[in-house]
Write a protein that binds this ligand. Structure first.
Ligand code: SF4
Length: 167
């Protein structure tokens, strides 16, 4: 299968979410969530479109890439799933490296919280990501993982789908 950054993000959030997305099951507003960061970015920083490039790499799209200083800017609404966000950015850094752009770094931005976090790719991150890529293919090829009953479910676009049959 062809891995994209969304798979990496969902792997670190919920394996069921990853499975549903990878098997083409999307809820009507799922795509809105995917573009949410971009919309927040464009309304918060209207000047960005001129300064940064939208980069398509390995089938994944980096909304704001500063080619001059080799910095990936990823804008998110909330930091509730920060670990998943970080791995998404690290995956972008790995894609850049595989395409000959060494030493790129990332910045996670939460404009609504006025917070930023720097993201770098270490050797052990690379090993982790390579293992995750294999694991994703394995999860997607097997039966749909169970509902995780976690806090994040409430904000998930698959909430109704996952809990429709629960009392
Ligand atoms: S609602 Fe919960 S269990 Fe279902 S896909 Fe989303 S995070 Fe996973």
């Amino acid at each position: 299968m062809h891995i994209i950054a969304t798979h990496i993000n969902y792997f670190h959030l919920c394996h069921r979410k990853l499975w549903l997305f990878a098997n083409g099951i999307t809820m009507e507003h799922t795509s809105d969530t995917v573009y949410e960061g971009k919309l927040i970015g464009e309304t918060t920083y209207p000047q960005r479109a001129e300064k940064y490039t939208e980069l398509e790499i390995g089938g994944s799209k980096i909304d704001f890439y500063d080619a001059k200083s080799k910095v990936v800017h990823e804008i998110k609404k909330s930091n509730k799933a920060e670990e998943a966000h970080e791995w998404q950015v690290k995956y972008y850094l790995l894609l850049l490296k595989k395409n000959g752009i060494e030493g790129a770094t990332g910045i996670l931005e939460y404009p609504r919280l006025r917070e930023t976090k720097e993201v770098v790719l270490t050797d052990s991150d690379e090993s982790h990501l390579n293992a995750v890529i294999n694991e994703i293919a394995n999860i997607v090829d097997h039966v749909c993982p169970p509902v995780i009953h976690a806090k994040i479910c409430k904000g998930c676009s698959y909430y109704d789908f996952c809990y429709a049959t629960e009392p």
